[in-house]
Design a protein around this ligand. Structure first.
Ligand code: SF4
Ligand code: ZN
Length: 279
């Protein structure tokens, strides 16, 4: 059987998710976190097409030629579709590129490189999106990413780590002043569909994964999950999990401000400062 992708189906699925979970309004300033990959590029393109006021925000991670190509691609792509783009220089922002953060700081804290990269990126994105006056930050997480989260938390023996998982991060929990709501319009779109969309639209971008992702727990999980599960089963895992933890809170601790950087934090010191200021 030949699989024919209908571009309209994906755009319709995204529109339904936005409406059902009240992710954004046409009057909102919508900042899209761009990695340069297929997911964030596609969601930027679709939201622009649907008439949202979108702005691109990208972090230069200093991953050599990989980052240079992504920056060039996004600069060209945003110019072509008429979207303003802001590129944040990570070294200017935190004094280090991602390689040092992953190789030295992550090791000191006993964390994986990608966990630390994620914490640093979230900290920078929130700060910059707030500076830009954003109402929401859009990320390109898709259905496969979400199913992986549920399974990885299960395999770690703590499925409750995923409480708050949903198309709007935190699921409406009080997250405090200074936090820009993060939303995921691709939450119910399988990775295979978004890949076909990006290729079908002939987006001139890199389709390979970040070179640092090789050999990580997430990539291993993605590999066997792709072999073992259909898109319907991935959807069942994610929806089943969200239903079973409905009403649970991630933490009883109130969200406040980090004593070091002033950003949103559940503890006295935020995760970013705990890692980056540990040298
Ligand atoms: Fe960062 Fe890991 Fe993602 Fe690469 S794969 S951008 S290192 S989180
Ligand atoms: Zn801090």
């Amino acid at each position: 059987m030949v699989f024919v992708l209908n571009f309209m189906d994906i755009e319709k699925k995204i529109t339904e998710t936005i409406i059902k979970y009240k992710l954004m309004r046409k009057s909102d300033k919508v900042v899209v976190a761009l990695s340069g990959g297929k997911d964030s590029t596609s969601v930027l393109y679709i939201l622009k097409k649907l008439g949202y006021d979108v702005h691109g925000l990208m972090i230069d991670l200093y991953l050599g030629e990989w980052s240079d190509i992504h920056k060039k691609n996004m600069d060209r792509f945003c110019g072509e579709i008429g979207v303003p783009l802001t590129i944040v220089d990570m070294k200017k922002e935190i004094g280090q590129g991602i390689c040092f953060v992953k190789a030295v700081l992550a090791k000191k804290k006993g964390l994986t490189g990608c966990t630390v990269c994620g914490i640093v990126k979230r900290w920078i994105l929130n700060r910059w999106a707030r500076k830009m006056g954003a109402d929401v930050i859009v990320t390109g997480h898709n259905l496969d990413d979400e199913a992986q989260n549920v399974l990885m938390n299960f395999l770690k023996g703590n499925i409750m780590l995923g409480v708050g998982q949903g198309p709007a991060t935190g699921n409406g929990e009080n997250v405090g002043d200074g936090f820009v709501q993060r939303v995921k319009p691709l939450f119910f779109v399988p990775e295979g569909e978004i890949l076909s969309y990006a290729r079908g639209k002939k987006f001139d971008i890199l389709y390979e994964r970040c070179p640092c992702a090789l050999g990580t727990y997430r990539v291993d999980t993605r590999g066997w999950m792709r072999e073992a599960l259909s898109d319907e089963e991935k959807l069942g895992i994610v929806e089943g999990f969200m239903e079973s933890v409905k009403g649970f809170k991630r933490s009883e601790r109130k969200v406040g401000k980090c004593e070091v950087c002033g950003e949103v934090s559940r503890g006295k010191i935020c995760k970013f400062c705990d890692i980056v200021k540990c040298i």
